[in-house]
Write a protein that binds this ligand. Structure first.
Ligand code: COA
Length: 538
């Protein structure tokens, strides 16, 4: 295949300015990730030690194979929310390796408000289960939680995608034969008691692990009975008397070792074969992406330059290179896995939408995973384009993206606006994983445009009533809050806090993350749906 030739001048002022800006964003990312990993109150650290429990990161270390990667999911969930103390929404989730087999781990952090579940913790739990279901990954729950964070109970409990869905999903995963193994390393109270109960295997730590529908305070309030947590639902009770738990563990380390043994005893994973070749490094340094991505999101650049720094040997075979040039499509390899890549080089026109539709169908038929690199201001608008049928051509692309059955992966590398987000496989189009770069922005439209629309609507209304248009100072006052909100609620930090993505990525590490993600995705059959598409509007 041809090598993508770079046109980047790494000595230019523009490159240097871009590089410095992205480097600063990545430094902020690293700093925030470190805080999320390690910032816990002295009191919580002491209490954990007193109880003889291991910190959650140590538990993961003992659970997973040494010197293997851990692909953490949404490590900055709840970032800036809930008094800025509920790092990662109180849960660590990620794909790791046990006895050479990929699994997904969902571990409460008892050093954050007793491991209680916040609304975004529920969302993160559901996301973990979606990843397990779509990729057929065994799921390991390390439970140590005070249950629902009671001050926010109305946001956690009643609705379809609230707490109850976790246990519903466990039943569905069980029916699908996705293994679920639960370590009881702390409290599993009330609803959380169903996490072990609905799992296939339950390993229970004596002394600290307890399962009950109502904890000692509730039992006392309801019946007057005084009972300790251990006596009410400890390992001895559930391993010897109730039969709720299956394996008795002396302590955390023993529990994690037993879980490793259970995973080692599972039938081997049936990974899908898609013709992997020997991985090769890109010809250009991935860190050069820092200097390529413009500071201003609206400044155009050639996405082939970032593709060249992500794919093996910087080689690719471009599809329809001269047709529909605002969308770049082609075949390449990432860590040896074949991928079909779609990257934006401007607004989507009819031609680019039709090209995307054809390319997606080809990849889908050939069993080639799809990678979307989103930097999309939207589909083209205006009289000429509506007459040319942009809506029906955009529809074909959206239809193909929605119904393609090969694994899809999305990285938002810049803008993600309007229906462009849909056509380029936004979250609602079920990519197996979706990440943002730190510079990315997402929304129905940019703040300036949104504010402009609302001013026009208001002026039209005034005109109908025979009144003059808004004076400039009122227009400015009206636009500012809309633009400010769009900026704040459209950035990567807000997105990742709300779990609209699986995390913010350092652009230079994107290739490695994609390699791990593709590997994880291959635990599922290439297609578990009926192959085919909806009706294309012609
Ligand atoms: N909702 C809200 N906050 C809770 C909570 C809950 N369900 N359970 C614990 N917390 C908070 C505590 O108020 C405390 O907050 P603080 O650090 O700001 O003071 C923090 O979590 C740690 O609790 P603490 O009791 O000091 O820690 P611990 O390690 O000794 O015990 C638990 C942790 C979870 C075992 C214990 O707090 C507990 O039993 N909680 C109640 C569990 C329960 O009955 N839940 C029912 C909900 S479905």
């Amino acid at each position: 295949m041809e090598v993508i030739e770079t046109r980047i001048d790494i000595a230019s002022d523009e490159y240097r300015a871009n590089y410095a800006a992205m480097e600063a964003q990545v430094a902020r990312l690293d700093e925030e990730l470190e805080k999320a990993r390690s910032r816990r109150s002295e009191r919580a650290i002491k209490r954990n030690e007193q109880l003889g429990k291991l910190p959650v990161r140590k538990r993961l270390e003992l659970l997973l194979d040494r010197n293997t990667p851990f692909l953490e999911i949404a490590p900055l969930a709840a970032y800036g929310l809930y008094d800025q103390k509920v790092h990662g929404a109180g849960i660590i989730t990620g794909i790791g390796v046990i006895h050479g087999r990929e699994v997904i781990v969902h571990a409460n952090d008892p050093m954050i408000k007793g491991g209680t579940i916040y609304p975004l913790g529920v969302k993160k739990g559901l996301r973990t289960q979606t990843i397990a279901r779509e990729n057929r990954l065994p799921i390991i729950y390390l439970v140590d939680s005070g249950g629902a964070f009671l001050p926010l109970q109305s946001e956690i409990f009643p609705d379809a995608d609230d707490g109850g869905r976790i246990f519903y999903n466990q039943a569905v995963l069980s029916k699908m034969n996705v293994p679920q193994i639960c370590g009881v390393l702390g409290l599993c109270t009330a609803g959380a008691a169903y996490i072990p109960a609905m799992s296939d295997d339950v390993v229970h730590v004596q002394g600290t692990g307890a399962i009950f529908l109502g904890g000692p305070p509730l039992v006392k309030a309801a019946t007057g009975e005084e009972v300790t947590a251990e006596d009410l639902g400890g390992a001895a009770v559930h391993c010897r008397e109730s039969g709720v738990s299956d394996y008795f563990a002396e302590d955390d380390a023993h529990c994690l070792d037993l879980i490793r043994q259970i995973v080692g005893n599972l039938p081997p994973a049936q990974k899908t074969e898609i013709g992997r070749t020997e991985p090769r490094q890109p010809l250009y340094d991935p860190r050069e992406i820092y200097g390529i991505v413009p500071v201003q999101i609206s400044t155009p650049y050639d996405c082939r330059e970032i593709i060249a720094r992500m794919v093996d040997a910087s080689e690719w075979l471009e599809f329809k290179a001269q047709y529909g040039p605002t969308l770049v499509c082609g075949w390449a390899r990432i860590h040896g896995y074949p991928v079909g890549i779609l990257g934006n080089n401007g607004v989507l026109f009819s031609e680019s939408s039709l090209k995307a539709t054809q390319f997606i169908q080809l990849c889908d038929k050939r069993g080639t995973p799809l990678l979307f690199l989103q930097n999309i201001p939207g589909y083209i608008i205006g009289r000429e384009y509506e007459r040319g049928g942009i809506t029906k051509d955009g529809h074909k692309m959206v239809n193909a993206v929605a119904t393609a059955t090969v694994p899809k992966f999305t990285v938002i590398v810049g803008a993600s606006f309007g229906a462009g987000n849909y056509g380029m496989c936004g979250r609602a189009y079920s990519p197996r994983f979706l990440w943002m770069w730190p510079n990315a922005q997402i929304g129905v439209m940019g703040g300036e445009q949104a504010a402009g629309v609302l001013v026009t609507v208001k002026n039209d209304q005034l005109a109908r009533e025979g009144q003059p248009p808004l004076p400039p100072e009122v227009v400015e006052g009206m636009k500012k809050p809309i633009m400010d909100a769009a900026l704040k609620e459209g950035d990567a930090w807000y997105s990742t806090a709300n779990l609209w993505d699986d995390g913010i990525l350092d652009p230079a590490k994107t290739r490695d993350v994609l390699g791990l993600a593709i590997s994880a995705a291959l635990n599922a059959p290439l297609r578990d749906d009926v192959y085919g598409y909806g009706t294309f509007r012609m």
